[in-house]
Design a binder for this molecule. Structure first.
Ligand code: DX5
Ligand code: ZN
Length: 229
């Protein structure tokens, strides 16, 4: 069921890479709504993370939504592998190739929720013709590739424009990059409902000491919900 309540999606890019299974179990136990998995290819973005085998290995450790953010080009040859790995939402970048429409069709044909991600330099109007074929638009508020960067405030009017463009379609707005207790309210007020947060969720904790994860998630959620009044 679709709803616009605030959802916190910790990015495991900020987790302990030697301990991903336990980290996923810990953030869910501490109140995470979705688990955000950042896939990078060293080509579309200047960093490398992991691929479908890692997603498949994580799947048994995630009870809720596995939200896979593909920062790869080309993307189409790998969609089936990520679907088989158990992704619930698969997002591809509009900048990753000339045929995003075909990519989104392919994701839905695989029975998955389709997301479209846009970089900070891309106008939100780039998704205008795609809103009836997606379940989510992900607005990047940092240049993709690395965690721990600063939120790019110039993206806020884009989020508000996107919210108006979406109207009453059941399409989530996800914000990815630089979300903290300070920036989460801005994103929520502009119309976002899924807040990805890496460093701001994982700071101060570990799988063996997960209480800080819960405190961080609750603080981000409370700040975002307060902004909605
Ligand atoms: C950036 C990734 C983000 C990132 C968020 O390329 O898509 O998901 O990990 O990390 P923070 O919250 O640290 O900016
Ligand atoms: Zn991401």
């Amino acid at each position: 069921m679709f709803d616009r309540s605030i959802k916190i999606a910790p990015s495991i890019l900020a987790a302990d890479f030697a301990n991903f299974g336990a980290e996923c179990r810990a953030i869910e136990a501490q109140g995470a709504d979705w688990v955000h998995v950042d896939v990078m290819d060293g080509h579309f973005v200047p960093n490398l993370t992991f691929g479908p085998a890692m997603c498949a290995a994580l799947r048994p450790h995630i009870r809720g939504v596995m939200d896979v953010h593909l920062m790869i080009a080309p993307v189409d040859p790998y969609l089936e592998a990520f679907a088989k790995a158990g992704a619930d939402v698969i997002s591809a970048h509009v900048e990753a190739g000339p045929h995003i429409h075909r990519t989104l069709q392919a994701i839905r044909a695989l029975g998955k929720k389709a997301g479209i991600a846009i970089n900070p330099g891309t106008p939100v109007e780039a998704v205008a013709e795609l809103l009836d074929m997606v379940d989510m638009v992900c607005v990047m508020t940092v240049n993709p590739g690395f965690g721990g960067q600063s939120f790019i405030e110039s993206q806020l009017p884009k989020i508000a424009r996107l919210r108006a463009m979406i109207g009453d379609r059941p399409v989530h707005i996800e914000i990815d990059g630089g979300i903290t207790v300070t920036t989460a309210p801005w994103a929520a007020k502009s119309g976002a409902d899924v807040l990805v947060a890496g460093s701001a969720v994982f700071k101060g904790g570990s799988a063996d000491n997960p209480a800080p994860y819960g405190a961080n998630i609750r603080a981000i959620r409370a700040a975002a919900e307060a902004a909605l009044g």
